[in-house]
Design a protein around this ligand. Structure first.
Ligand SMILES: [Zn+2]
Length: 466
């Protein structure tokens, strides 16, 4: 037992000088008057002092002093923004700063504050590490790292205005533009940005103290950025420069090959890319242009049907008939005209109409059905019946003594041109009636079908389209 007593100090049972200092500054000491009196009397507790104490005091110290010290430490927290690195020459400064606990000269100056008294003291790295944290639990090392990064950031921002934003939001520049930017301008920007970010990070992390390279990277970055902005400014009024909206739309549709083609042409739209672009703002902007060509052949595009997308138009010969032609077909067949070239198909009203389908309005539907009913006999067919309630039409084939049945709306949709061009329309109708959307029935089958009351299920079976 005696030996144990002698080792009390070495075992860490007794407080060091700096711990005693902390105790005197902490509220907890007020709760242990005996301890306070001992500390006041002796300044600190050396082994010799300890040995002179009554047994009960020794016992108390041995069992409680560490817990009391821990409580004292817990009264204090690090104040982040009062941290300071006093610099390389900390040791030779004329007015050095000392740790309030151990008295040593400081390079890394931390400030800790008491939760109860709000008192602040200055402590060095040795005394703060492993003992104190910030209110939100950050270690002294973390505070040191964060504060040094923060200071370097502030310093750089003061020197190169806008650099912090450039490093953090460099990519966003493209979102603020109207146009899609060609790779020839975009890639140098990205490279300059990457190199700037790397050098910036190295400096902020303290891995590099020289700013010459960073400054060069900043200059390069700004010149590539100017090129990006200038491109947008100079070209944003031009019809054939691909917009950012177009680029996003193409990306959304997975048309990366079109994006690639655009980049090859410095983002200039050419016939090869025109018909594959479906972005609606752009397509709407084309309508007046299309109409300037279509006016000569009596066709007028009224508006864009966004779903397909297609152009809804009419011909002056039958202005209540509304037709639609998909942008893809229009662009592919006639797109060259917009670039003052030779179109793939000659621009005639018939060629446009024959590439079109019905845009279903009751009146248009009626016009097309009228034409089909009156011309169908030229194909050796006559209308057996129209069954509106189940959307079917049945023709009788006089030559083959059989019935052909198809969906009413599909028939009208696919054969709309017949209303304007009888002969071409009939050719198309003939083809349609041999296709997949038609069912051939014998007389018996037709009768049976009628008997079955054309129930819903039956109609589903017969309709191969759905
Ligand atoms: Zn210290």
């Amino acid at each position: 037992m005696a030996r144990k007593k002698e080792n009390s100090f070495q075992q860490g049972l007794l407080p060091h000088k700096k711990e005693v200092k902390l105790l005197f500054l902490s509220k907890i000491l007020n709760e242990y008057e005996d301890l306070r009196q001992i500390l006041i009397r002796h300044g600190s507790i050396s082994q010799d002092v300890f040995d002179t104490l009554p047994v009960d005091k020794q016992k108390f110290l041995r069992s409680s002093i560490r817990a009391i010290l821990t409580q004292a430490e817990n009264e204090w927290f690090i104040v982040d923004d009062e941290y300071e690195d006093l610099g390389e020459d900390w040791d030779i400064k004329p007015l050095p700063i000392h740790c309030d606990l151990c008295g040593e000269k400081l390079r890394y100056k931390h400030c800790i504050q008491n939760k109860f008294s709000d008192k602040k003291i200055i402590v060095g790295g040795t005394c703060v590490k492993g003992r104190f944290t910030t209110l939100d639990g950050k270690s002294a090392d973390k505070v040191q790292e964060e504060q040094s990064r923060l200071r370097r950031r502030v310093y750089l921002e003061g020197k190169f205005e806008g650099i912090v934003d450039a490093v953090n939001n460099g990519d966003r520049i493209f979102d603020s533009l109207k146009l899609m930017v060609p790779d020839s301008i975009k890639q140098p920007y990205y490279q300059a940005e990457k190199s700037l970010v790397e050098r910036y990070e190295r400096y902020i992390a303290g891995k590099e103290n020289d700013i010459d390279e960073l400054q060069a990277a900043w200059v390069r970055f700004n010149s590539t950025r100017s090129l990006v902005i200038d491109y947008d400014q100079k070209n944003k009024g031009k019809q054939w420069k691909a917009t950012l909206k177009i680029e996003k739309d193409l990306r959304g549709q997975g048309k990366d090959d079109v994006i690639e083609l655009l980049h090859q042409e410095e983002c200039e739209i050419i016939p090869l890319t025109l018909y594959r672009i479906e972005e609606t703002t752009f397509l709407k902007s084309l309508i007046p242009l299309w109409n300037s060509y279509l006016a000569d052949i009596g066709i007028k595009i009224d508006r864009l049907h966004e779903a397909l997308p297609s152009y809804i138009f009419s011909h002056k010969k039958m202005s209540s008939l509304t037709l639609q032609i998909s942008h893809k077909v229009m662009g592919l067949n006639f797109g060259n005209l917009l670039f003052d070239g030779q179109s793939l198909e000659e621009l005639t009203a018939q060629n446009v109409v024959m590439n079109s389908t019905l845009y279903q309005t009751p009146q248009s539907l009626r016009l097309v059905m009228q034409a089909i009913r009156s011309y169908v006999r030229l194909l050796g067919l006559e209308v057996e019946g129209v069954y509106e309630d189940i959307q079917r039409i049945v023709f009788y084939d006089k030559k083959n003594f059989e019935y052909v049945q198809t969906d009413l709306h599909l028939l009208a949709e696919r054969n709309a041109p017949i209303a304007l061009y009888r002969d071409e329309g009939l050719k198309a109708l003939k083809k349609y009636l041999k296709g997949d959307n038609v069912v051939t029935l014998t007389h018996d089958e037709l009768e049976k079908q009628k008997e079955a009351a054309w129930g819903f299920k039956e109609s589903q079976r017969l309709d191969r389209r759905r």
